[in-house]
Design a protein around this ligand. Sequence first.
Ligand code: C5P
Length: 225
Amino acid sequence: FAPKQLVGQHLLVTAGPTFEAIDPVRGITNLSSGKMGFAIARAAREAGAEVTLVAGPVHLPTPRGVRRINVQSAEQMLMAVEQAVDAATIFVATAAVADWRPALASEQKIKKDGSGEVPALAFVENPDILARVAQSPRARAGQLFCVGFAAESHDLLAHATAKRLRKQVPLLVGNIGPATFGQDDNALLLIDADGHRELPHASKRVLAQQLVADIASRLRAAPAA
Ligand code: C5P
């Protein structure tokens, strides 16, 4: 692994799930472990980048030398990203952000009153953090390189290609599952405007190093404007 490929770069990465409150003791989340995002933070730091890691609720140690900001909800994650993104030259979105959140989080615990009635939950859509960042002036001017992730249950190439175009990111990384959540290894599909290539099955640590090397070579080929 060639070190110091990202000296002078600042990589901002989101990782883990989000937690969307229903009331003070309940909420909605997902099974993302955060392992891929933390591995990317570590690999980028080892490659010489400054690294800011915005982490949802996960039980993982902070990689050495990485600045970590802990958040719970998608809205908090968006705020943390917005505060950190101006200093960044690379944004990697690995977080499994909840698509929806309860429209109103109850301030008090919702009580079971014995009548057999069940509460109805209404949802509102969460902001798409990656799409917002990818549409920012610095990203559009080539000063911020944006990378998205996709976990699909089927037709990965087609869905991930469509997602790359929809989110307007130069690089979209597909998880070649089937079940990557919580696993220590994975295989990745790298999709850009020219096509795709596979990073074969390996540990998330090795895949993160390969992805960081790939991003570094893209930045060398097209230095930030
Ligand atoms: O649309 P979907 O959730 O499948 O897109 C996945 C990609 O978008 C990931 O890179 C994820 O981190 C990012 N994303 C985001 N904010 C959302 C939803 C997804 O940043 N609200």
